[in-house]
Write a new protein. Sequence first.
Length: 142
Amino acid sequence: MCNIPSDNKNTSSTILQPVIVGIGCSKHTSALELIQTLETILQEHQYHVTDIALPAFKQQDQNVIDLISLSTFPIHFIAQEILLALQPKCSQFSKLSYHHTGLGAVAEACALALINKNGRLLIPKMIYNKISFSIAIKGDPL
């Protein structure tokens, strides 16, 4: 079972910032690597995840199927059309990602897809263990 913090407190009673996490990764990255890397990021930055966003084209990848079975938080799959429409709002561009997916920014666009009007990106893109993460605050419902 995934040990990613899902409540607002850790063992030292520090309030953790609730965040959305957009993820971009290779199909060769295992679900365990995804979880361990995400746990590290969340602990380092004192965040707790409320939602994960992945591109819809990853739904059939075995690592994502495994991630779904191990996760205790909602995972949202974002359609290619939405990700394409969000590309102009992304601050990062990866030639490699564009070559493989047609998207210059996968993780950042995924995170942007789930934020509300007053939500914002905290970290547009970080790469840990060859996995791209974007971290955002959802904001108030519209």
